[in-house]
Design a protein around this ligand. Sequence first.
Ligand code: GRF
Length: 216
Amino acid sequence: MKKVKLGVLVSGRGSNLQAIIDNIEKGEVSAEVAVVISDQADAYALERARKHNIPGVHVSAKGYRNRREDYDNALVQELRKHGVELVCLAGFMRIISPALIKAYPGRLLNIHPALLPAFPGLHVQKAALEHGVKFSGCTVHFVDEGMDTGPIIIQAVVPVLDNDTEESLSERILAQEHKIYSRAIQLFAEGRLKIEGRRVTVSGKETSDDEFLINP
Ligand code: GRF
């Protein structure tokens, strides 16, 4: 199968990037990471990229204050330079402008550490704990112009335990993030995702209507 060229946008440690790279190397995802771009010069994710001989580029936001579109156009230029077909936001801590969304329509993904539409935004594991939900999880979705509002591709659910801390819950969720981002990319690579309004359908999927989760 043809390999989809990925551009991964990061700001920090890059554990999702690492999982994607590892799953590609294991042959589980027909993709290649063409470039990793960070808005932070010292993002550990850039180092991870370089360790795998993937170009790691810092595009500084300095000089783009109040010019989000211009910054995103600089990103688009860099993504195009590397022939990127699918853009994956993986801990990229900036709000995306229409410039990037229009350049990659239906080809821009994000991962979020909660079961959207519950708990959009930041510090969401803490918010889930404080709210007292019995399940949380993570979501991979297409990016639209809202904050964590785009059509949902895949979600993984984890239980929230009585003795959880923000750290322990984050860790449990992160382990699932590392699986579902690669899975979403593979479904995209196989051409199996179809966006119809807010709904994303997956062709050729076996479904079962008798699976339930109950906690406690
Ligand atoms: C993840 O929890 C992701 O869901 C969120 O930011 C975090 C990034 O972690 N968008 P990492 O940099 O991939 O380790």
